[in-house]
Design a protein around this ligand. Structure first.
Ligand SMILES: [Zn+2]
Length: 427
């Protein structure tokens, strides 16, 4: 047998978390904590793909390393797949640190909204911005995400709330996808909020979305998913269903902001319309969880949002695991309710606030997050044939990831076979 020549060999990893369990689909129930851990692990990369994974001895025997191969010594380090952030609103203009302080003084998110803050404030800033300005504002955020280990991210529109501004955001996301290393998966979220000018005639806004905006977004192939903020204060169940089913007819798979502020039946709706994921789920009912499990809807949990809004209430993650609903983690990066790019911070919060183990949180931030955005076949684990998205961490045991918090312990990030982050002068 001819030995395979490698472009990159990562060898000697104290702990290589492959996240490979032989399953075709997200992990749930008893399997949620399976890391596929290999001691003294190694990964071989050729072009943009992983070509072999195993122990260092095995790979040194079975592959060919020549003077063009970059050999990376990962001894004393943990190696994992790149992190996947399956829920962000990273394409925005303007920040809302004033609201952060108002909340500290006791105002609620809803009160701030009623005073003209909230999503409305960001919509105003985004409408004033050009596409080029949106791109320039998003680039440093993406750079921070990459530095903290995110190699794939979903991004939603939803701060335009009219035809031209929604298209502008989605076009900015499309250009951003080609101008930096993180792969971006676009979601249309025209139903984020009813815009000011349609407050008295919300039916007309639903018409605009279903008759004009969704068809154009689909025709220009600017989004893969269609999302709705299904909540008393945003879009009711009937409106949400209409928008999601229209999106589905145009080839956009449904996603839902569900049961974030109240038990509103968003999880049940996600099951009914065949959504790929329901997100937030802070108030989801046991019945909603059962329906999600039956229909294969992933739960995307956003503990950073409860934390940032200073809410005592978090999604019932342990009950979801019990009910065998697959759970994923995301930042929810946005200027109002969760201003962070850091998935490692979210992993820390998932352990402390959602009561996940380190292993469960790592599964939820990699392979399960990949399935929640339809990328499970291609990313989220270190397996032969998958995209070579790899992180080398500056610690020897994976349990240190949530434990040593608030600092960046990523030493190297490889995206699609290219070293894109390299810190502390590693060779
Ligand atoms: Zn969101």
């Amino acid at each position: 047998m001819m030995k395979q020549r490698l472009d990159i060999l990562i060898k000697g990893a104290a702990e290589l978390l492959t996240l490979n369990s032989g399953l075709k689909g997200p992990r749930s129930g008893d399997q949620i904590g399976e890391l596929g851990l290999i001691h003294q692990g190694a990964v071989g990369i050729k072009g943009d793909r992983i070509v072999c994974v195993g122990t260092t001895d095995q790979l040194l025997r079975e592959t060919e390393v020549d003077e063009r191969t970059r050999v990376i010594d990962a001894s004393g380090k943990v190696v994992t797949p790149g992190l996947v952030d399956p829920h962000t609103h990273l394409c925005f203009a303007g920040t809302r640190e004033d609201e952060f302080e108002e909340r500290i003084k006791g105002a609620t998110y809803q009160e701030i909204e009623a005073r003209g803050g909230g999503i409305r404030a960001t919509v105003q800033r985004v409408r004033q911005a050009t596409k080029e300005e949106l791109i320039q504002l998003a680039l440093p955020r993406l750079e921070r995400m990459l530095n903290y280990g995110t190699t794939t991210a979903e991004v939603k529109s939803g701060y335009g709330l009219n035809l031209n501004d929604e298209l502008k955001i989605l076009e900015a996301i499309k250009e951003l996808n080609h101008s930096q290393p993180i792969e971006l998966i676009p979601t249309f979220l025209g139903a984020h909020q009813v815009p000011e000018e349609y407050r008295e005639r919300r039916g007309d806004y639903i018409e605009l979305l279903t008759k004009e905006v969704i068809p154009q977004v689909a025709e220009r192939r600017l989004a893969e998913f269609c999302d709705v903020f299904c909540e008393e204060a945003a879009f009711n169940r009937e409106e949400s269903e209409k928008i999601l089913l229209t999106g589905k007819r145009f080839g956009l798979r449904p996603k839902i902001h569900a049961d974030e502020l109240s038990p509103y039946g968003g999880a049940e709706l996600a099951a009914e319309v065949g959504a790929i994921s329901a997100d937030h789920l802070v108030y989801t009912s046991p019945q909603g969880m059962k329906r999600m499990k039956e229909t294969g809807v992933s739960a995307v949990l956003l503990p950073g949002t409860s934390y940032f809004l200073n809410s005592p209430r978090y999604a019932p993650a342990r009950e979801m695991i019990q009910e065998e609903v697959p759970i994923a983690l995301a930042t929810d990066l946005n200027p109002g309710s969760c201003m962070t790019e850091s998935m490692p911070l979210i992993i820390n919060l998932a352990c402390l606030k959602l009561k996940l183990t380190a292993a469960e949180a790592i599964v939820a931030a990699t392979i399960n997050a990949a399935w929640a955005i339809g990328r499970g076949e291609n990313i989220g684990s270190l397996e032969k044939g998958k995209l070579a998205d790899v992180i080398i961490w500056g610690f020897p045991h994976y349990r240190i990831l949530p434990y040593h918090f608030g600092v960046n312990l990523v030493e190297m990030v490889i995206k699609a076979g290219r070293v894109v982050v390299e810190r502390r002068g590693r060779s």
